[in-house]
Design a protein around this ligand. Structure first.
Ligand code: SF4
Ligand code: SF4
Length: 411
């Protein structure tokens, strides 16, 4: 499409990138067909084509309004539109630019500012989040059912002792909320990697990947989290860690973007780029290790419905990778209709946009449960926490299924 961006913007790298993205869009609207929010509201302004148009107007000098902000807020950043787009439009980077500009020019209502502020102060900071969660879990048995479902039950981390020191070593991202909500996921990962001959190192001073702050419209805070992680991980990288393993698919796309986001920071650009090169979703690691040769499910089939998070299939282009692993090791996968659609979790989206998120969750659970699976597996803590209290089937991270296949006594 033709563009006439403000000349001041065109002098910046961000403006030039946005201009190029806009020019790639031919306004065909194919992307609307797979956009969850467009499907729910039927409003052109709640679809990717309409959002691109609204961002274009802002970049060309129109003053953004609260209405612009609302329509951009409703975007899940699920990136289903990118998978569908025949022109390869880099929608999410354009959205990042548009959101930042709108955030600078439109003041949010006080209530929204408060909720966003609280989320930004709590979620990415385990030292604050974990004690609060434990307090909630302590009083959970006394709460009415409706409140109880918002507080996940306490989970033990489980035991991990390496069987031996392996020649290969990888860094494991601990993250922010996952160690408090579901510490067993990373324990399972360490056990599985150990069974595959790989040591795992956790950098104690590492923390949130930055995604929470970034998607709450606080890019500077997000970059501070990125720099903190780079500092925490660097010694292990220098000692030869061959990958940075990430078990929450919501975090992996962010770490894979460190290089791009810190490209203008002379002190961190090079290291950030190296970190992004090393970042891997756990499914990429496992798929490369021929897991079926060492972990094989004996006996009868267990039927699994796999929920592929948007951050896995659209954000990282890893559609089908986990499904193939699970089938190779002996699980039977059930068919899930509309598997490309988001479950509505999307980071803090389920808290900030509860109505849309609830509709998407209910639709997703119906699709996952329709073939009567024995259990539902996923790859992201956010999706699990969003759906688990409402699921009729047990839900878990898929790596926990592999953990159950480790031969007795090997870890
Ligand atoms: S983003 Fe892609 S699919 Fe959507 S309108 Fe533009 S060119 Fe068409
Ligand atoms: S990222 Fe998802 S919700 Fe946002 S416009 Fe694209 S398909 Fe729609």
């Amino acid at each position: 499409m033709q563009t006439t961006l403000l000349s001041a913007l065109l002098e910046t790298t961000t403006g030039q990138e946005a201009d190029e993205i806009l020019r790639n869009c031919v306004h065909c609207g194919f992307c609307n067909a797979t956009c969850p929010t467009y499907q729910l509201t039927g409003d052109e302004l709640d679809g990717p084509r309409g959002r691109i148009y609204q961002i274009k107007q802002v970049l060309e000098g129109s003053a953004p309004t609260r209405t612009t902000q609302v329509h951009l807020d409703r975007c899940l950043t699920c990136r289903a539109c990118e998978t569908t787009c025949p022109s390869g439009v880099d929608y999410h980077h354009l959205l990042d630019t548009g959101r930042e500009l709108v955030e600078q020019n439109v003041t949010r209502p006080l209530r929204e500012r408060f909720i966003r502020g609280v989320l930004g102060m709590l979620l990415p900071r385990p030292a604050r989040f974990k004690p609060l969660l434990r307090l909630g879990q302590a009083v959970r048995p006394l709460l009415p059912a409706k409140l109880k479902q918002h507080i996940p039950a306490y989970r033990k981390s489980g035991r991990f002792t390496a069987t031996q020191t392996h020649a290969r070593s990888m860094l494991l991202l601990d993250g922010c909320v996952q160690p408090a909500l579901a510490p067993q996921i990373n324990t399972a990962t360490r056990r599985v990697l150990d069974a595959l001959g790989i040591n795992t190192v956790i950098a104690n001073k590492g923390g949130c990947c930055g995604a929470v702050s970034f998607h709450l419209g606080a890019p500077d805070a997000a970059k501070d989290f990125m720099r903190n992680n780079i500092d925490a991980w660097w010694p292990a990288i220098e000692q030869g860690a061959e990958a940075i393993v990430i078990t929450a698919s919501g975090c992996a796309p962010m770490v894979k973007e460190y290089g791009r986001l810190l490209a203008d920071d002379p002190a961190y650009a090079e290291k950030a780029s190296r970190v992004s090169e090393l970042a891997r979703d756990i499914s990429e690691i496992i798929a490369a290790e021929n897991p079926a040769s060492r972990l094989k499910r004996p006996g009868h089939q267990t039927r699994v419905a796999f929920h592929s998070p948007c951050t896995l299939q659209h954000g990282q282009g890893l559609d089908g990778v986990v499904e193939k692993i699970l089938e190779q090791i002996g699980y039977e996968l059930t068919t899930v209709t509309d598997s490309h659609l988001c479950c509505g979790s999307a980071g803090t989206y389920s808290i900030l946009q509860p109505q849309l998120a609830t509709s998407l969750r209910d639709n997703k659970l119906q699709a996952l449960q329709s073939a009567q699976p024995d259990l539902i597996a996923s790859a992201n803590i956010g999706c699990l926490m969003h759906m688990m209290p409402h699921s009729e089937r047990p839900m878990l991270h898929w790596i926990e299924l592999l953990e159950t296949l480790i031969p007795e006594g090997s870890t």
